[in-house]
Design a protein around this ligand. Structure first.
Ligand code: SAM
Length: 325
């Protein structure tokens, strides 16, 4: 397992550590950090190393990722709880572990390099594998089921919305023709089908033409956006005053969901013409990032997987602490 440790460079690591530090350094008090997307444990390890009084609660829906993180974080075993869970299950996990509030939370969304590079998981268009794409291989439907059973309008919507694929209709027509003959069961077969379905001119630009289709299917298979919509409000509810949430998104729809979840609590919900806040209507969050922060050029050069990242961060405030907005 050890050989994977160096292959994943945690995205925006220094920026994440700097944003989380004020919430985790509370003098002698023990603090609690939730890593909602543990992956290979890169961010988590850095947090544990930097904050000796911090307890980590790490979640991942992928049991393979958890096993790797467990090995990597073994020396911190006395202050880590690593849990196989989808991150919208955070309230139940906290309840089970006996924590009412936490001090910091990190969501580093999407897939890990472990998943992308795995020869048998079907996430990568560049490798031939069964069309699975489930992050949690213990439950749920596979990409093969989506590709072979969805009606054309639904499949087109998935590719168009989640993949931002402008040739969605052509690709879906090709999929329907193919699956009428024989089920599509391999990632290489699907990748070839997509490439052949789009106009020749479009094949020459913008990287592998199957990239957007594969991203769309992965988002659909794992219900990624619906889970995130449920998870962020629950995560914000769990933050103690002064607690901080950092979210790294890699897709415009993820970033939009994050932006909305944070904005909803960073503004007053009271009548706009009153000079003072009514009880219960003041902001409970202060934004720490200006819009979705992009990576620097150096970050992308050092870590190509950071290219599409947008970072948003916010801190929980007591009502009345914020300015009226
Ligand atoms: C980009 S990786 C995280 C990498 C990690 N920050 C590191 O430094 O190694 C994302 C991880 O989140 C997990 N994941 C994605 N969606 C999830 C969800 N809804 N609930 C729990 N884990 C999820 C994936 O299985 C993957 O392992």
């Amino acid at each position: 397992m050890g050989e994977l440790r160096g292959t994943h460079v945690p995205v925006l690591l220094e920026r994440c550590l700097a944003l989380l530090a004020p919430a985790l350094d509370r003098g002698d008090r023990q603090t609690v950090h939730v890593d909602a997307t543990l992956g290979l444990g890169g961010h988590a390890e850095a947090v544990l190393a930097a904050h000796p009084r911090t307890v980590l609660i790490g979640l991942d829906r992928d049991q393979e990722a958890l096993a790797h993180a467990r090995a990597r974080l073994a020396r911190y075993a006395d202050r880590t709880h690593l849990v196989h869970a989808v991150y919208d299950e955070l309230p139940e996990v906290l309840d089970r572990l006996g924590y009412e509030r936490v001090d910091a939370e990190l969501f580093d969304l999407g897939v890990s390099s472990l998943q992308l590079d795995a020869p048998d998981r079907g996430f990568a268009y560049a490798r031939d594998a069964p069309l699975d794409m489930r992050m949690d291989q213990t439950r749920g439907r596979t990409a093969e089921e989506v590709v072979n059973t969805y009606e054309a309008p639904e499949l087109t919507r998935v590719l168009r919305v989640y993949g931002e694929e402008k040739f969605a209709a052509r690709i879906v027509a090709a999929i329907l023709r193919e699956r009428a003959k024989t089920p599509i069961t391999s990632s290489a077969r699907l990748a070839t089908l997509v490439r052949d379905a789009i106009p020749a001119a479009a094949r020459r630009t913008g990287g592998n033409p199957a990239k957007r289709t594969f991203q769309a299917l992965r988002i659909e298979v794992n219900g990624e956006l619906a889970v995130l919509e449920r998870a962020l409000p629950a995560a914000l509810d769990a933050l103690a005053p002064g607690g901080r949430l950092v979210v790294l998104s890699y897709h415009s729809l993820e970033d939009r969901i994050t932006k909305r979840a944070m904005a909803a609590r960073a503004r007053s919900t009271g009548p706009i013409d009153l000079p003072v806040e009514l009880p219960g209507t003041g902001p409970t969050l202060r934004l720490l990032s200006r819009g979705g922060e992009p990576p620097s050029e150096e970050e992308v050069a050092a870590n190509p997987r950071a290219a599409s990242v947008r970072l948003r961060a916010a801190t929980r405030i007591e009502e009345g602490e914020g300015e009226r907005t």
